[in-house]
Design a protein around this ligand. Structure first.
Ligand code: GDP
Length: 177
């Protein structure tokens, strides 16, 4: 039996796109409508992917500064990034482009494992970003994408599976001691 591999995954995106809701839904299988964390939280969950167990350490960034992730302790030890926007909010879609630029600047690379996620897909009447726009951006960035609803638990597990897959694609993943 292979021992689980630790993978640190950060969720980044504008406020209120559903980062905490996605994380809580994935880890605890509940949708908490009024979950307002004031600090950054880290959650752990085991994920099985292609016969390998992964211990996913999920960093749910909180607060106004999306880039606090780059301060101090996390710095360069994040394996993959889930960039979340809300399909009901064009500004949040633009924000993930800014965040990706920051990540690439910070890491000094031209590719990092990224999954882009259009959350709140259940809010049909309020859409500002089409499914195709998300897919086009993913093609441009050579990354994976999907839409999800944390509220209805649609595609939440898939988001994290895609993330593990993208991390595995990257060649230079540092192993834990
Ligand atoms: P965060 O700031 O990105 O962590 O966003 P939250 O998880 O706190 O969610 C912000 C608001 O959006 C909350 O009122 C959530 O209940 C709501 N929300 C989150 N995900 C969904 C979703 O998939 N569908 C709907 N309709 N609302 C959602």
């Amino acid at each position: 039996i292979k021992s689980p591999k630790l993978r640190r995954i950060a969720l980044l995106g504008s406020r209120a796109v559903g980062k905490s809701s996605m994380t809580i839904q994935f880890v605890e299988n509940v949708f908490v409508d009024s979950y307002y964390p004031t600090i950054e939280n880290t959650f752990t969950k085991t994920i099985s992917h292609q016969g390998q167990e992964y211990t996913a350490e999920i960093i749910d960034t909180a607060g106004q500064d999306e880039f606090s992730i780059f301060n101090g302790k996390h710095a360069l030890d994040i394996h993959g990034y889930i960039l979340v926007y809300s399909v009901t909010n064009k500004l949040s879609f633009d924000m993930i482009k800014i965040i990706r630029d920051k990540i690439l600047n910070y890491t000094g690379t031209d590719w990092v494992p990224i999954v882009i996620v259009g959350n709140k897909s259940d809010l049909h009447g309020q859409r500002q970003i089409s499914t195709e726009e998300g897919e086009e951006l993913a093609a441009l960035w050579n990354c994976q994408s999907c839409e999800s609803s944390a509220k209805h638990n649609e595609n939440i597990g898939r988001v994290f599976e895609l993330m593990i897959g993208e991390i595995e694609k990257s060649t230079n993943v540092p192993e834990e001691p």
